[in-house]
Every structure is written in C-alpha cells, then in structure tokens.
Write a protein that binds this ligand. Sequence first.
Ligand code: SF4
Ligand code: SF4
Length: 396
Amino acid sequence: MIYSDFQGLKLSRLGFGCMRFKTDPATGEIDQETVNRMFDLAIEKGVNYFDTAYPYLGGKSEIAMAEALKKYPRDSYYIADKFPGHSLPGPIDNIALFNQSLQKCSTDYFDFYLLHNITEWSVKIYESDEYHIIPDILKMKEEGKIRHLGCSFHGGPELLEEFLSRHEGVFEFVQIQCNYLDWTLQDAKKKYEIITDHGLGVWVMEPCRGGKLANLNEEQSARLKQFDPQASNASYAFRFLQELPNIKVILSGMNEVFQVEDNLNTFETYQPLSEAEKNTLLDIAEGMKAGVPCTACRYCCDGCPMGLNIPYLLAVYNDYKVNASAIAGMRLDGLDEDKLPSACIGCGQCSHACPQGIDVPAALAELTKLYAEGPHWEETRKQRGKEIRQALNMDE
Ligand code: SF4
Ligand code: SF4
C-alpha cells in the first residue's frame, strides 16, 4: 500500500468510500457479509481510511461501516464522517445530530469530519447565523470529538477561494471531485491548486466519476488496453491521481470484492503514467465532453446587459451535458433569479466577443431547459430533512 503523510499521520492513499455498499433491492438492507469481506481484505493490505456520511444509504452506511470495523482496534484505522448541512430541513440541534453520528459509528471521536457538499447554494446554510453550524462543529473539535476538520466541496473555484479565505485556519483539508475528466471539465486542476496554495490537504472523491471512467466504451477501453491488456480502466483513473503529490487520500466507493482486489493492486506501489498514457487519458476525456469549449477568458462578461456570469453558467452547462445531476442543479439554485440562464435576453453580444465562437444564448437556453427538467436537490433535501426530523424526534 502506498501511504501519504498528513500532519504526521500515515494515511493509506486508497480510502474506502462507504456510499455504494451492495444492498438488497427489495429491502434496501446492506449486504453486511460482503462489506465485512471487503473491509477485511482492504485492511489486510494496508487500507486504514474509511469514509462515510450521515445520509449515505438512507443512514445505514455509518452503522454498516462500524459493524465491519468493530473487531479491529480503534487506533488502527481512521474514520471520516460528514455533517449534512445541505440536507437539513431547517435549523436543528446540530450537536444532537453530530452525537447521533458518533453513536451510529460506535465511536467517541472522528479522526476526520467534514462539512458535507458545499456549493454556491449550500454555503448559505453553512455560513448562516441561524443554522449555527460552523461554531457548533468547532465546539466539537475543541472537545476532542473531531481530530481534523475539512469540507467536501462541489462548487466552482471562485467560491472555493472565497470560502477558504473567509475561514482561514478552520479547515485542514478539502475533498473535491477529481479525476482525469473533471481535471478540466469541473476545474479540478484549479481547485487542487487553490487548496494547495492555502496549505491544506486535498482529498479526492469520485476518482472514476461514479463508474464512468471504469466502464469506458469499447473504443476508449481498446486505447488503454494497448498499453497493458491486463490493466483495468479504473487503474488508469487512479494512477492519474497518484501523480499529484498533495492528494492525500483517494476515495473509492467499492461494492464488490473484485473491485477491492483490483484497487489494492493499483495502490500496492506507485506506478507513474507514461507521457503516452497520460495524453491518452486526457484525449479520452476530451472525447467525453459534450458542451462548449469555454476557456473562462471572460471577454464576454463586461458587455452582458444582464450582468450574467457567463463562464460560470457555461461550466454548469458542460457538467449537465456529461451528467444531469442534482449537484449541477444546486450550483444554479444558489443564484439569484436575475442571474439564472433564463435571464438571458439573447442579445448575442457575448457570442460576438467570444474568441471560441460559442453560441452562448443557445447554450443558456438549453441550460434553462435542462435545469427545469432536473433532477432537483430540493426533492432530495425534503426527503432527507424528513428523515433527520424523525431521527432527532422533532415535531413535524
Ligand atoms: S446573449 Fe444573453 S448572456 Fe449573452 S450578452 Fe446577451 S444577455 Fe448576456
Ligand atoms: S468569451 Fe467565450 S470563452 Fe471567453 S468566457 Fe465568454 S463564452 Fe467563455
């Protein structure tokens, strides 16, 4: 196993993500036996980092993780959990919720704890005085119930810079979606640099973009097979990340034993990519993109009569074109109505200014449609909020 050093801790660079455990489709129950087998194998080969979150698998992930870890000494592994500010039904007793997570994880402290899923929308909740989240979480840290505090982040680079600057000294690490597709598609490169410049550690989620980079099409797979017929597509996605020195932990949401075996094999030793391998990955990524080639030069912005943040909107558009997700929608949820793509009046000024020749009004019109179609975070939030209220015995 390859390890990273974080403040003197020896962390396995492969972290076990606990959001995709196999469940029975009829009952929703987690296949605990498979979880136990996967953990045993991972621990035997040196994995020591396990990442869960309050809402994963309807609140059952924390319990299944604790069950699989219970035979191991508490100081032989690290666990990470997350505070679900983005799922709250309204201001709640944050400390009661935190304590419930501790209880479900059968522990009295978290090695790592994160504010979950910060975006342009959820940041307003996390920073609101009414919700009082950050002061309460810092109190838990002062009491020794959190050893290291971080956040998981799905917003754009501008917000990341602002957020970290506003909370200098609060966070020690940031977890971002990073893989060879999002390196450019979601500005992961820029985010990696911002986090590194703030002196914080980078944690990675979605290294295979929810399986997309593991399940490449035939033509894409054949391009990788020419380098090594035995290597899996996923192994290339991990090796791309292994090269980045400030990435301390790469989380993989494993749900089958064969995935654990394959990942352990990839992380046994550091295997740098050759130039040809790296270029092939970046070229495959380019082929997956289906949006517009916006370089965020901002030449179009000053002349927009509606004052729209055009490159921001086009970045969200590009994300939608690869995968329509509630998180992409959440980035628009955070905007005032007069800054949404629907505020575009189609004057065409931007397209004339654009060196890439992008038909911006057409892209924004399509984005308006995609956003309306969903999925919408608000629906998930309502369901999760209801579960949280029940778990805390709050009146409806
Ligand atoms: S077409 Fe839309 S985005 Fe472009 S300048 Fe006009 S109002 Fe702004
Ligand atoms: S001018 Fe074109 S490339 Fe530059 S930010 Fe605007 S849309 Fe993007």
